[in-house]
Write a new protein. Structure first.
Length: 270
């Protein structure tokens, strides 16, 4: 009796052992692959939207025409008599800082920028002629001390991280100028001199373009060219001698203020 009971228990245990694997085999099987880390190529999907600030440095070339002269008397201060002026200088270093904002729409970028810059550009003009009984000469000097711009920018992104753009807007700058006309009638008589100065902030316009590349997500490097046209400088020279006959005579020397700037810049995008 005990022997038969033991055989029955052994048979039940064996059936249970075979039943568990069979039940597991009937369950649905789902494969779970190992997670693959996301990968983003370096330089892909750069967005130009945001505020930025930076610095720039470059060189400026003067594009002004010759000085023109007119006077209260037909005999003195005559442009035709001078026959033109010898103009030198007007080129020099420029450097400053800029701030701006870009907004990207697809492959297009629009924005605004303002900058302020130191300038070291001094122009000098000299003209002389012989009146027949006297020698007359005019010296003109004009120095651009600093300039700034407030501009709109419109750009296009041909490839990722690379922006080409056109820009234009308001320009302004500080001009310090002087003009001196000297008339010599005799070797023994002091020369008659008319002189005048002007120091003022001039306003005008600027247009240009450039290209910019994002070195990192925050640093961008650019090259830019600007043409700037400010208001003319007009100087009225008055007589400083002691001859009453000449005391009422005056002259006006006029020169435009145009220059081109080529510069590089580095910006930090916030």
């Amino acid at each position: 009796m005990r022997y038969r009971s033991f055989l029955s228990l052994a048979a039940c245990a064996a059936m249970a052992m075979f039943a568990v694997p069979a039940s597991a085999a009937d369950l649905p099987f789902t494969s779970q692959p190992a997670p693959v880390p996301a990968f983003t190529a370096v330089g892909s999907g750069y967005n130009w939207t945001g505020f930025y600030a930076g610095v720039n440095a470059g060189y400026g070339w003067n594009n002004s025409d010759d000085v023109t002269v007119s006077g209260s008397e037909g005999f003195f201060f005559n442009d035709a008599a001078f026959g033109g002026f010898n103009t030198t200088g007007g080129d020099g270093f420029t450097g400053g800082a800029q701030v701006g904002y870009n907004y990207q729409i697809g492959k297009f970028v629009v924005g605004a920028e303002a900058d302020i810059n130191y300038a070291d550009q001094e122009l000098k003009s000299f003209g002389a002629f012989d009146t027949g009984f006297a020698d007359e000469s005019l010296e003109f000097r004009s120095e651009l001390e600093w300039f700034g711009t407030v501009r709109a920018r419109v750009g296009f992104v041909p490839v990722d991280r690379f922006l080409v753009y056109a820009t234009g807007g308001l320009a302004y700058g500080s001009i310090d100028a002087s003009a001196t006309n000297t008339l010599t009638t005799s070797a023994t008589r002091p020369a008659d001199i008319w002189a005048g100065t002007e120091s003022d902030t001039k306003f005008g316009w600027t247009i240009g373009g450039g290209a910019e590349y994002a070195l990192t997500n925050n640093l961008t490097l650019r090259g830019e060219a600007l043409y700037v046209d400010l208001e003319d400088t007009k100087i009225t020279g008055t007589y400083t001698g002691d001859t009453d006959i000449l005391a009422e005579d005056t002259f006006t020397a006029k020169a435009d203020n145009k220059f081109t700037v080529l510069r590089a810049g580095l910006n930090y995008k916030f």
